[in-house]
Design a protein around this ligand. Structure first.
Ligand SMILES: NC(=O)c1ccc[n+]([C@@H]2O[C@H](COP(=O)([O-])OP(=O)(O)OC[C@H]3O[C@@H](n4cnc5c(N)ncnc54)[C@H](OP(=O)(O)O)[C@@H]3O)[C@@H](O)[C@H]2O)c1
Length: 247
């Protein structure tokens, strides 16, 4: 019997959930529980961590899961590593639905860095107005550069004080469009961007807007992951599942 665990938290995962519901695929959708009001899904939902790779392996066995689709964000590396380990331990089929990384185009001024700490170190010493488009989890690294004004874009209002002395938080959930992002950068007189290389369409408008304005961008490259089967589209996941089921 086919029973799928869909690890979510991205637009692509929501699209895949809609396709599973349409095709009558038996599946459970899993959220980490990071946002106050996660997007509703047309599948049964579970929320919260599994308790590491071992907890996930136990959960897969208990729930009779035959296939796992890892459609988490490319920077949710711990979850993805746990999925590889738990699927190997339980003999569960695994595929990742992974967006293609963004690539610089003519006119872009990108500096690539390996991680968030290096991104903070790469900021100049003289004060600037920085759009810090990295979510809320790793803001503290930028306390090392308190001279900058930081513009943040968060899904939920921050709980408690931000770890940055001079910051404005805009509360908004993607997808984001070019005109709005251009207006955001212009109205806040942003001089530089910091972004993770998330890939996909929903968050790339800020990079197009930065190119238009000639702004430099610090791009945090994706964390390394263990080898795993990976595709880029919902259709490819469905084809994989159908092939696995022999239908
Ligand atoms: N990182 C980003 O930039 C980013 C951006 C947009 C959306 N998201 C989404 O936000 C969620 C958390 O991201 P993260 O970067 O904090 O992940 P992470 O660092 O890889 O995960 C940390 C722990 O959170 C739990 N977890 C993560 N994703 C989960 C899921 N879909 N279902 C159940 N438990 C999950 C796991 O806990 P246990 O070890 O206890 O199982 C995991 O070990 C993910 O669903 C991701 O797709 C992340």
């Amino acid at each position: 019997m086919t029973r799928v665990l869909l690890l979510g938290g991205t637009t692509e995962a929501s699209r895949l959930a809609a396709a599973f519901a349409r095709d009558g695929v038996e599946a459970v959708f899993s959220y980490a529980g990071r946002t106050a009001a996660p997007v509703a899904q047309p599948l049964p939902i579970r929320v919260g961590g599994f308790g590491g790779a071992e907890g996930l392996a136990a959960w897969l066995r208990a729930e009779g899961i035959s296939h796992v689709v890892d459609a988490t964000h490319p920077f949710a590396a711990q979850m993805s590593r746990n999925a590889v380990a738990a699927c190997a331990a339980t003999g569960t089929a695994l595929i990742a639905l992974e967006r293609r990384p963004w690539a610089a185009a003519p006119g872009d001024d990108w500096t690539h860095v390996a991680d968030i700490e290096t991104a903070a170190a790469a900021l100049p010493e003289t004060p600037e107005r920085v759009f810090l488009a990295i979510g809320r989890q790793h803001l503290a690294a930028f306390a090392a550069k308190p001279q900058h004004h930081y513009l943040l874009r968060l899904v939920d209002p921050p709980e408690g004080a931000l770890p940055l002395p001079d910051a404005e938080a805009v509360i908004s959930r993607g997808p984001f469009g070019y005109d709005d992002d251009l207006e955001l950068l212009r109205s806040r007189r942003i001089t530089r961007l910091v972004t993770k290389n998330a890939g996909g369409e929903g968050a790339r408008a800020k990079l197009d807007a930065a190119r238009t304005l000639g702004l430099p961008v610090i791009v945090v490259d994706r964390p390394a992951l263990p080898p795993r089967a990976s595709v880029e589209t919902v259709a490819e996941v469905l084809a994989w599942l159908h092939a696995e089921r022999g239908v």
